[in-house]
Design a protein around this ligand. Structure first.
Ligand code: PMT
Length: 411
């Protein structure tokens, strides 16, 4: 995903510096070429030899080294790359960047570069929360510098809180998003459900609903367009399979659940399918005959598994970002808000599916996005526009989200 991208990696002073070495390997696995700068502080934690051995290149340390300047001047170093990543970024280096200082090679390169800059801070929780550090972070963000992490958890200093270096897979995902801005979901996996399910009454009849799959398929297409590796699990629809997407076709809710579980792990799952809540307890093995004069058959229904709620309750295998839809015919926001709670998803997209709305099978949709911070109502949009907007929101959330303590689920 980072084939031939040139990453300039600045390793500053902090106990987390050793993780920069692992990052070098992971970047190379993705096809990137890495060049290293080691600050004086960084050299207290890892050796120039270790960094040089892994990058397969000379490690740059000194601003005023005649040899280094004659081989490659600091300006060329700052420009001959696609992205500058600082891992770990210290409070001191952030302060120098904010102040525009250029008193060593790392600070000078950061001032001289015209390439995207990503900082992965790591420091003591009090240092990170200090108003000076937070003011520097805000200023740097305003200038376009991007951050990944820090995460929260046990810190090397023995204290607990924010300040832990983001996990290497999260730094990798953030680098990929910055280095390939049109493909921010590169390297991430998405699961999308779409269409109706069909619950058999007998071999020729079934219970279903009006879902056409247009919304779910559009979302799968939009996520793939941003670089995600998408699995689309779909009920029976009359739509062509979207290009470049793994499509799994199912009929029933039980089959849909099994296919979703098989598609995990996923960084994001969007459940847009209109899954039947109930199925016939004992579908007829043969076509149920209409017997003249006999009363119509009574169908006994049983509850289907709730796919969204099952994914939400998975624990370690839960998709990193889990998004449901709420199809309502009245009080859309109220019911969507309640469903988000009962199903345990992160976001839910409420939409009106009453007969007047034309949402089922139509080309337009009006979305009420409910998340932990409240409700955001989108204007009426085409289903493709809803999908594009949602995919961009997902990309923002996945790239900006500080890693959760412990293992991340991104690959
Ligand atoms: O397919 P289209 O014609 O384009 O129409 C799009 C749509 C209206 C189907 C879509 O926008 C939509 O609202 N999808 C969700 C339909 C639905 O089943 O809503 P619900 O409120 O009943 O379910 C809430 C959530 O739980 C949904 O994410 C649903 O996928 C999920 N669910 C429901 C039941 C069940 N047994 N398992 C589930 O996972």
């Amino acid at each position: 995903m980072l084939k031939d991208k040139r990453i300039l990696l600045i390793v500053a002073g902090g106990i987390a510096a050793y993780k920069a070495l692992e990052l070098v390997r992971r970047l190379q696995d993705q096809g990137a070429r890495v060049r290293g700068i080691l600050t004086a502080g960084g050299a207290n934690f890892i050796t120039p030899l270790a960094l040089a051995a892994l990058t397969g290149d000379k490690v740059h340390e000194n601003l005023f080294s005649l040899t280094e300047e004659s081989e490659m001047g600091h300006i060329r170093l700052a420009r001959d790359c696609d992205l500058v990543a600082v891992v770990p970024a210290t409070a001191h280096l952030m302060a120098k960047m904010a102040a525009g200082m250029a008193d060593d090679l790392a600070a000078t390169v950061l001032l001289a570069t015209d390439k995207p800059i990503l900082l992965a801070p790591a420091m003591n929780v009090v240092m990170w929360n200090h108003p000076a550090t937070q003011a520097n972070r805000a200023l740097l963000e305003k200038r376009g510098v991007r951050f990944v992490g820090p995460g929260a958890g046990d810190l090397a200093c023995g204290e607990v809180g924010s300040g832990r270096l983001a996990e290497v897979p999260d730094i990798l995902a953030a680098i990929a998003a910055l280095a390939t801005p049109d493909q921010p979901l590169q390297g991430l996996r998405a699961l999308v459900t779409s269409g109706p399910t069909r619950e058999p009454i007998d071999p020729v009849r079934f219970i279903a609903n009006h879902s056409s799959g247009k919304q779910g398929h559009a979302i799968a297409h939009a996520l793939a367009g941003l670089g995600a590796e998408v699995t689309l699990v779909t009920g029976p629809v009359g739509l062509a399979d979207p290009d470049g997407i793994r499509v799994v076709k199912v009929e029933t809710a039980q089959q849909m659940l099994a296919a979703c579980l098989k598609a995990l792990p996923a960084d994001v799952a969007v459940c847009a399918a209109a899954v039947a809540d109930w199925r016939v307890k004992k579908p007829g093995a043969q076509k149920i005959k209409k017997v003249k004069g006999a009363a119509p058959p009574v169908l006994e229904l049983v509850a289907n598994p709730d796919i969204l709620a099952t994914l939400a309750a998975l624990g370690a295998d839960r998709p990193g970002l889990l998004i449901g839809f709420a199809a309502e015919t009245e009080d859309v926001v109220k019911h969507a808000t309640a469903k988000r709670q009962t199903k345990g998803c992160d976001w839910i997209l409420g939409n009106d599916v009453g007969p007047e709305s034309g949402t089922f099978g139509g080309d337009a949709n009006t979305i009420h996005l409910v998340d932990s911070s409240g409700v955001e109502t989108w204007p009426a949009l085409s289903k493709d526009e809803v999908a594009d907007r949602l995919a961009k929101r997902i990309a923002l959330a996945l790239v900006a989200r500080p890693p959760r303590p412990g293992k991340g689920k991104r690959r």
